[in-house]
Design a protein around this ligand. Structure first.
Ligand SMILES: CC(C)(COP(=O)(O)OP(=O)(O)OC[C@H]1O[C@@H](n2cnc3c(N)ncnc32)[C@H](O)[C@@H]1OP(=O)(O)O)[C@@H](O)C(=O)NCCC(=O)NCCS
Length: 156
């Protein structure tokens, strides 16, 4: 196995990105979920727009995309991270932090003050990855959905 590396997904890689994104949605939400049913209808132009509007990072193992995280400007001062996901076959090897680090580095380069994300309270694996990089639960943030908390990292 070659050393894992993280790349920002370019527009020209939209097919591989779309396949992995749909696999991630099906794995986490199920094929009946409205988000999956919405994105499965995306055209090439819509996938390309997603890659232009949000920064998407992919984890490559042996040159194959096996994990993703998305990042978008939330406000002038903050970046929001979403959809951290690894293929089940590569979980439990400490790989998710590479994706998180890449997204946080991108946010720093965007010169924002903070990075936020949301996580289910019971998702211990994800919380451990986020806490490992310094994210902490933001008590001031309103809970948007039951069972989720907002975590925040100050980057400047
Ligand atoms: C969450 C996820 C990205 C973690 O990636 P990973 O590379 O497998 O995580 P790691 O191997 O670094 O494990 C992180 C920690 O969780 C622990 N862990 C791993 N799998 C676990 C599990 N199923 N239940 C509880 N703890 C678990 C590990 O022991 C490790 O603990 P440590 O930090 O004390 O050493 C991955 O499991 C995944 O893709 N899950 C499905 C999608 C998801 O939940 N995304 C998060 C959305 S907010």
């Amino acid at each position: 196995m070659s050393a894992p590396r993280v790349v920002r997904v370019s527009e020209s890689q939209w097919r591989a990105f779309a396949m992995l994104r749909l696999r991630a949605l099906e794995d986490t939400l199920g094929g009946d979920d409205s988000q999956y049913r919405h994105e499965v209808t995306f055209t090439a132009a819509q996938w390309r727009r997603r890659l232009r509007e949000h920064a998407q990072f992919a984890l490559l193992v042996d040159d194959r995309m096996v994990g993703l995280i998305g990042a978008q400007r939330e406000t002038l001062d903050s970046v929001y991270l979403y959809s951290l996901w690894l293929e089940p076959a590569v979980r439990h090897r400490g790989l998710a932090h590479h994706l998180l680090e890449a997204a946080v580095t991108w946010a720093r380069d965007e010169r924002v003050k903070a990075v936020t994300l949301r996580v289910n309270t019971g998702n211990d694996a994800a919380r451990s990855v986020y806490e490992g990089l310094g994210f902490a639960v933001d008590p001031a943030a309103a809970r948007r959905r039951d069972g989720e908390v907002t975590m925040r990292l100050v980057v400047s």
